[in-house]
Design a protein around this ligand. Structure first.
Ligand code: ATP
Length: 713
């Protein structure tokens, strides 16, 4: 048995916990009017997820909770539990028993659980659909509802038949797919709008990134050029500076040495210049010589005078002896004159001549002179003269020696001057060489200054430059070319402006979002395609299943109908929706405006009935019993084609006469071979089919009670 047990607690009149075991294929529920039999059927309906309070004969949720009586208090909640046997896995749950519980509280809150775990209503609906217990609950026929299928619209009828054929699950799936489709379309719109929103920013960021990449490429190129230029320039400068300091060293040392030599040479020359070439002793000796010479002259004059006197005496003697002048006097005189002439001492010559002359005149007077005295004096004078001449000679010798020395000094002086001149010349040459080095150094310093500035500029533009020592020196043309390239790229860089690196991160983020939206869109579009495909598949399945099902139902129906009415015919007819008809006829697609179709346009299922011996055109022409029989035939036909796990029939047999009741009883028997039946009835024929009877009673406390009676039939 599929249905094992029903447990009611606080549900409507079942205030106390009441259990009904459905161990037999046909269970009957009997009892007086108002005892609570229909409440059992409603409990089944409710626990399986019924949402319509009207169907449950209530206005609000709390109407389902025992409301109390004169003797019993009202309760706070109602609970119904239904236990299914799942050994054949009718429910795709890993339990042998599937226990569904529904509770309602006075505040209207409903709670569902499956095997003790709280679930949503949807979960209940889903597992029931899988087990062929759809929402229309065609397997629970409430009191007076048996001919509902006849009274309803073709569209609703179609829905009930679809449900009975087990196609509801596909309808649910189709509905779900439709909802998903709408939601996905909505999501697509939202994502497309989000994507549209970020596009201008993304475009801006992209242009910035392109700018950044362009700038980076330029900067990289510039770095390369700077590296080459600065490295090669620095290598050149280093080489030149090295050579310069090496080259400068030799001349500088040489110049230092020469300048040292010049200093000493110049100090010597300066000393010479101070003495103007003559030492002081020279003047002293010279003046001493002059003094001696003056003394000699004056002595010689004295000697001369004495000799004059002596000559005069001799002359006088000669006169006295012949009046001639002695030869020696003449000789002395001549000798003296001659010596004076040698020395160009003309005044002395004149003095001598005067003296000789006066000697001749004063001969008599001088004769009176004491000759011996004069001679002695003369001899002294001569001796003195010799001494003076010796002195004179010595001074002359000294002067001669000094002059030789002075000459030598002068020679040395001139040599020093020549050397100074030579050294100055060499020094000047070296100085000019050093100066050349200086000029070169200046030139190199200027170039270094330039390159330092370039380096600073490079650091500002592209960061620290790494020097490559392996690069060779640049030629002038190459250097000009590279400098031109550097300034060309710098101009380009300045023109392109600066873009922060942060833009890359931002772009990446926005592009990632855009890509995300894009893949989302692609996924969603794919999802739409597969949902449409699925919907089409489901539609086809429903359509095919429905067509086949209706055909089968018609087969069963005609048989059952003829049994019930002893002939005649009843048939289900599929009415195509008007739209579909137009489409089929005109081959065009009707517009999908989303507006609900009116019944005549919606299509569905119509029932045509032909009673034996009667001309019946419409259903409305049937009697109450005929309607009941027709609907029962249809209900049973539906149940035969797709047997539900159980069927609850609440006084479906109420309108049947005795004959029809026994036919009904037979059909129940036949049906019970593969459907579990729960019949609520006052009908004895029906009761006969039940193996167990539950008697429902209600005492003065207003509480329904159950009494079970097992029958042996
Ligand atoms: P009939 O044979 O006439 O169809 P029945 O046995 O099917 O009668 P029900 O319709 O199942 O009777 O029961 C109705 C009874 O349940 C009424 O007596 C009603 O007062 C009682 N009832 C309904 N709702 C509640 C409730 N919330 N609290 C208490 N009693 C309730």
């Amino acid at each position: 048995m599929r249905l094992k047990r029903l447990e009611l607690s606080g549900f409507k009149s079942f205030a106390r916990t009441t259990r009904l075991e459905f161990s037999e294929s046909v269970s009957g529920v009997v009892g007086p009017n108002g005892s609570g039999k229909s409440n059992v059927a409603e409990a089944l309906r409710w626990v399986l997820g019924e949402q319509s309070l009207k169907v449950l004969r209530g206005k609000k949720g709390e109407d389902l909770i025992f409301n109390g009586s004169q003797t019993a208090p009202k309760l706070g909640k109602a609970s119904v539990t239904l236990v299914f046997d799942n050994t054949d896995g009718i429910f795709s749950l890993d339990y042998e028993e599937v226990i569904i519980t529904r509770k309602v509280f006075r505040d209207g809150i409903n709670e569902y659980s499956i095997n003790g775990s709280k679930v949503r209503l949807k979960d209940i609906v889903d597992i029931l659909s899988m087990a062929g217990l759809g929402t229309s609950q065609h397997h629970i026929i409430s009191q007076g509802e048996a001919d509902r299928i006849l009274n309803t619209t073709p569209k609703e009828r179609r829905s009930m038949i679809e449900d009975a054929l087990g196609l509801k699950i596909y309808q649910i799936k189709k509905g779900e797919s439709e909802r998903k489709l709408l939601k996905t379309e909505d999501n697509i719109k939202q994502v497309e709008s989000l994507r549209r929103e970020i596009q201008p920013h993304l475009r801006f960021l992209k242009s910035q990134v392109e700018k950044y990449e362009k700038t980076s490429a330029l900067r990289e190129e510039l770095t390369g050029l700077y590296k080459e230029y600065i490295s090669r320039e620095e290598n050149y400068l280093k080489k030149e500076f090295d050579e310069l300091s090496k080259g400068k060293l030799g001349p500088q040392l040489e110049l230092d040495k020469i300048e040292e030599e010049l200093t000493s040479l110049k100090s010597v020359v300066k000393d010479k210049e101070k003495t103007e070439g003559r030492p002081q002793e020279f003047s002293i000796v010279e003046s001493s010589l002059n003094t001696v010479r003056k003394d000699i002259a004056s002595l010689e004059r004295e000697i001369g005078r004495h000799e004059g006197m002596m000559e005069f005496e001799k002359k006088r003697v000669i006169e006295d002896e012949g009046k001639t002048i002695p030869k020696n006097v003449i000789k002395d005189f001549i000798h003296k004159i001659k010596s004076y002439l040698d020395r160009n001492e003309f005044s002395r010559i004149k003095e001598e001549v005067d003296l000789f002359w006066s000697g001749l005149d004063n001969h008599e007077e001088s004769s009176r002179v004491n000759m011996s005295e004069v001679k002695s004096k003369h001899n002294d004078l001569l001796l003195r003269l010799d001494e003076l001449h010796t002195e004179e000679k010595k001074f002359i010798d000294d002067i001669t020696d000094m002059k030789i020395k002075i000459d030598q000094d002068m020679k040395d002086y001139r040599e020093s001057e020549r050397k100074i001149y030579e050294k100055e010349k060499t020094a000047n040459n070296i100085r000019s060489i050093i100066m050349e080095f200086g000029i070169k150094e200046e030139r190199l310093n200027a170039r270094k200054y330039d390159i330092d500035n370039e380096k600073e500029e490079a650091r500002r533009l592209v960061g620290e430059i790494e020097i490559d020592l392996s690069l060779g020196v640049l030629g002038d043309t190459e250097r000009d070319q590279i400098k031109r390239n550097i300034s060309r790229i710098r101009i380009k860089l300045e023109d392109s402006g600066s873009v922060s690196e942060d833009i890359l991160v931002e772009y990446k983020e926005v592009a990632r979002r855009d890509e995300f939206f894009n893949t989302e869109l692609a996924d969603m579009k794919n999802a739409i395609l597969s949902l449409r495909g699925l919907m089409k598949e489901l539609e086809e399945k429903i359509e095919r299943g429905f067509k086949d099902g209706v055909e089968k139902i018609n087969g069963e129906l005609s048989e059952l109908f003829s049994i019930m009415f002893g002939g005649g015919r009843a048939e289900l007819e599929i009415i195509k929706p008007l739209k579909q008809k137009i489409e089929d006829e005109e081959g065009t697609l009707a517009s999908e405006d989303g507006v609900a179709d009116p019944p005549e346009l919606a299509g569905g299922i119509d029932i045509s009935v032909n009673l034996p011996k009667k001309r019946i055109n419409t259903m409305a022409m049937l009697s109450g019993g005929e309607r009941a029989l027709t609907s029962i035939a249809l209900l049973f036909a539906m149940s035969k084609v797709n047997p539900p796990p159980f069927l609850v029939l609440d006084e479906t047999d109420a309108a049947l006469d005795e004959t029809n009741s026994s036919r009904y009883g037979k059909m129940l028997k036949e049906l019970s071979s593969n459907i579990q039946l729960i019949v609520i009835t006052h009908n004895r024929e029906t009761m006969k089919q039940a193996s167990i009877l539950y008697g429902v009673t209600m005492g003065s406390d207003g509480i329904s009670k159950i009494l079970s009676v097992k029958l042996n039939n």
